[in-house]
Design a protein around this ligand. Structure first.
Ligand code: PBG
Length: 334
């Protein structure tokens, strides 16, 4: 970009355009509105369940009946969609709960689509919440230690995606970071007749400490090791562009960068390189940091939250997944 500065002080006085709210609004470059925000929701089995997540004030594990109430609030606030994470009643080494036709996410999708046909129901496709070991793929014991087996995991991920689409999911969002999963899911969906179901790929997903509170929420912390053999090294930016390029080639319709705040440079590069629909996930730790500081009276929650979201939009996100979606939508006036 070519920035021309036509004059210097005292001819140039940038403060001229900051004198009133109306003037500031005229020259505002970035918009933030409810229509760009997606609310993540955690669904578990049972009835009347509303279990608080201690590290995420105001966020709950919800049974399907309670989920419907939360969705009603989201719809009333003007949000276009929600993304679902499931907490199954049992976990195993094949992640059976992820692709069971009567699985918790599948039940939730059916209930949501029946009640709110206009609400976009996005499903996170991953295996970690359903695996007894908490990893995002199949674990293979090897002489040198356990590894995550890439290609066999694709079969389970594709099966999960198809079962979500069969339940009525509007958008499928793979978050596992196995190589080739977008292609595997795209072709499985197409073979099952879901050629019109879009994919929002967690394309540049980093191995981040900011997922800590989520793992309490989704009960998905790995039981051994960490996720660094599949999630990206926070040091890498060129590699993020290669990951995004691969996902686009494999058929991703929307690409995501995650987390958001510590990765705004990645977001900027992704958006300016590919110019395609781009999402950012303001993850659990980003939410909890502001909540905790606000509880202590150290930050103003409303202005800090809106400023963080605006910065994510400014960096290039068209869509933001955020636990603050309902509050932000209300603050923004719907
Ligand atoms: C599943 C998944 C995770 C998040 C979204 N999908 C956790 C992880 O990768 O450990 C994190 C979301 C958040 O922290 O808000 N793989």
């Amino acid at each position: 970009m070519n920035i021309v500065t036509p004059a210097a002080f005292p001819v140039a006085r940038p403060r001229r355009l900051r004198q009133s709210a109306a003037l500031r609004r005229l020259v505002s470059e970035t918009s933030l509105s409810a229509g760009q925000l997606i609310l993540p929701l955690f669904v578990r089995t049972g009835r009347g369940e509303r279990r608080p997540i201690s590290s995420m004030p105001g966020v709950f594990q919800l049974s399907v009946d309670e989920l419907l109430k939360e969705a009603e609030t989201a719809v009333a606030a003007g949000l276009p969609g929600v993304i679902l994470f499931g907490i199954p009643s049992r976990k195993d080494a094949k992640a059976s709960g992820a692709y069971a036709p009567g699985g918790i996410v599948q039940q939730a999708v059916r209930a949501l689509k029946r009640r709110f046909p206009e609400l976009l129901v996005i499903t996170d496709v991953c295996l970690c919440e359903y695996m007894s070991h908490g990893h995002c793929g199949i674990v293979r014991e090897r002489p040198g230690g356990a590894t995550i087996a890439n290609d066999p995991s694709l079969v389970l991920l594709a099966r999960t995606a198809v079962s979500h689409a069969e339940a009525g999911a509007d958008i499928i969002a793979p978050s596992d970071m196995m190589d080739g999963r977008v292609a595997a899911i795209r072709s499985a969906l197409d073979r099952a007749g879901f050629v019109e179901t879009p994919l929002m790929a967690y394309a540049a997903k980093f191995a981040s400490a900011f997922y800590g509170p989520f793992r309490e929420a989704a009960e998905s912390a790995p039981q051994f090791g960490d996720r660094r053999s599949y999630q990206m090294d926070p040091a890498n930016s060129d590699e993020a562009l290669r990951e995004v390029a691969l996902d686009l080639q494999e058929g991703a319709d929307i690409v995501m960068v995650k987390p958001a705040l510590s990765y705004l440079d990645i977001l900027w590069r992704v958006k300016s390189t590919f110019r395609c629909p781009t999402a950012a996930y303001a993850v659990s730790g980003e939410f909890s940091m502001i909540k905790a500081a606000a509880e202590k009276g150290w930050l103003d929650e409303r202005s800090a939250t809106l400023e963080a979201l605006l910065s994510i939009r400014r960096a290039g996100a068209d869509i933001i997944l955020t636990y603050s979606a309902v509050e932000a939508a209300r603050w923004l006036g719907g």
